[in-house]
Write a protein that binds this ligand. Structure first.
Ligand code: PTJ
Length: 267
């Protein structure tokens, strides 16, 4: 492995973990540019661990939640996509595409406040093609009283007036607060037992790098659906059942891997 003079990671093309290594590098680069908080590296590592025991693919259970999430976003009056440092660093172009497709603005909302971070994230999103990014003018932000963390500062034209908030990859306190305010929350979290996962209305247990492009693909199809069709998709979805199924999936997957490993070790 080599990092060249342009800060590009050179990985042998046949490396079995090339994709994982490339995304790690995006997170590390993001941290150097202030986009990602230092704690974002730890959050990414935790995500990798959960992804590993999910087989690093989007399973059918996650796909069900993805369909419901897209339908819910298309039904919303004021949908918003909340963006933190990790998500911005991992998939800026995909975020812009999804935002344009479901007509939900991107709002920067960070947990770890540091001078210059919001601007660094804004720059990265703009380079990816984003326009009219919310949450960037500190002087106009308003507070959500239910929250004590830095995430309480929200855009008056975004999260404040939203009915559906998409919160990819985050810490737990906000989902609870947004729910108390009567908002519908869609979360993406590789940890099916996190507070965010448990509190959200629709929980997608999958890696954000796979989820966002999948959502755009489905949104292009669902854009032609009637409100009634979309509502049926949302109504048929059961988040509690979906999370339970995910946990069963993990147990089965680990058992399968255990058998495989034993066969290799003791053959
Ligand atoms: O940029 P900021 O300041 O808003 O901070 C962002 C982080 C992510 C650092 C902050 O929200 C945080 O500390 O989050 P937590 O509490 O570590 O939770 C992050 C959750 O996201 C964990 O449950 C991880 O398993 C999960 N996660 C990590 N990477 C991914 C992920 N879920 C989906 N896709 C990923 N790539």
């Amino acid at each position: 492995m080599r990092i060249n003079e342009n800060n590009h990671l050179e990985v042998p093309k046949d490396h079995p973990r090339i994709i994982s290594l490339m995304y790690r590098h995006k997170i590390i680069n993001g941290m150097k540019k202030l986009v990602v908080a230092e704690a974002g590296l730890i959050a990414h590592g935790r995500g990798e661990c959960f992804d590993y025991i999910l087989g690093e693919t989007t399973n059918k259970i996650a796909l069900k939640a993805i369909h419901a999430a897209v339908a819910q976003l298309l039904l919303a009056q004021h949908p918003v996509i909340s963006v933190n440092g990790n998500v911005a660093a991992l998939c800026p172009e995909d975020l812009v595409l999804l935002s344009n497709t479901v007509k939900a603005p991107l709002e920067i909302n960070i947990f770890y406040y540091k001078k210059g971070r919001v601007n660094a994230i804004k720059k990265l999103l703009e380079e990816a093609g984003a326009q009219n990014i919310l949450g960037t003018d500190e002087s106009t932000l308003v507070e959500i009283e239910e929250l004590s963390s830095n995430r309480r500062n929200v855009d008056p034209n975004g999260i404040k007036i939203s009915d559906v908030v998409f919160v990819p990859l985050e810490d737990g306190d906000r989902t609870e607060a947004l729910k108390k305010l009567g908002k519908t929350v869609i979360a993406v979290d590789l940890n099916p037992l996190s507070r965010t996962a448990i509190w959200a209305d629709i929980t997608i247990v999958d890696n954000i790098i796979r989820t966002i492009p999948r959502m755009t693909e489905i949104a292009l199809k669902y854009k032609n659906y009637t409100k009634e069709q979309l509502k049926n998709i949302v109504d048929e979805f059961n988040n509690k059942k979906n999370i339970q199924n995910t946990l069963e999936f993990i147990i089965e997957y680990i058992n399968l891997q255990k058998d495989k490993a034993f066969n290799i070790l003791y053959k």
